[in-house]
Design a protein around this ligand. Structure first.
Ligand SMILES: [Zn+2]
Length: 147
């Protein structure tokens, strides 16, 4: 396998920059406009009810919220897929995981009755919901539809 790379989309000019994981902490800049790419999350965020407002509702852009639980087999199979997508879509969409066993307020607010459920937000507004373990290609379709 070649070196692991992440793709970070520049917030200013939208250029997609491929950056080796080993160099991501060396203050990467956009290859086109030289804008700093530092501080753009390229990993999934584990959030709680109390973090929901800041991580999801106040985020200016696209957020995928993964409602999961540790005992759920399909959830565990989706987890690594979402970790990959967080790297492939860094700067374009933020991926937030919320453990439904511990965060009942979020589950109640969005009527999450079965897991995994994915909630898609744009600028703090729920725009799409997907119930069940979607294939990676289907998750990508949904992400592209909202970008
Ligand atoms: Zn740029």
């Amino acid at each position: 396998m070649s070196e692991d790379k992440i793709i970070i989309a520049c917030k200013k000019c939208k250029t997609k920059n491929r950056i080796p994981v080993s160099r991501v902490n060396e203050r990467p800049i956009c290859s086109k406009c030289k804008e700093s790419l530092a501080g753009i999350p390229y990993f999934t965020v584990n959030a709680t009810d109390s973090m929901f407002q800041k991580e999801v509702m106040e985020h200016k852009g696209a957020v995928l919220v993964d409602c999961w639980a540790p005992w759920c087999g399909p959830c565990r199979s989706i987890g690594p897929v979402l970790d990959d997508l967080a790297r492939e879509y860094a700067g374009q969409i933020k991926i937030v995981k919320i453990n439904m066993d511990e965060n009942h307020a979020t589950a109640a607010q969005y009527s999450v009755k079965s897991i995994p459920t994915m909630l898609f937000f744009k600028h703090g507004k729920l725009v799409d919901t997907a119930v069940g373990a979607l294939a990676k290609s289907e998750i990508i379709n949904r992400i592209n539809a909202m970008l």
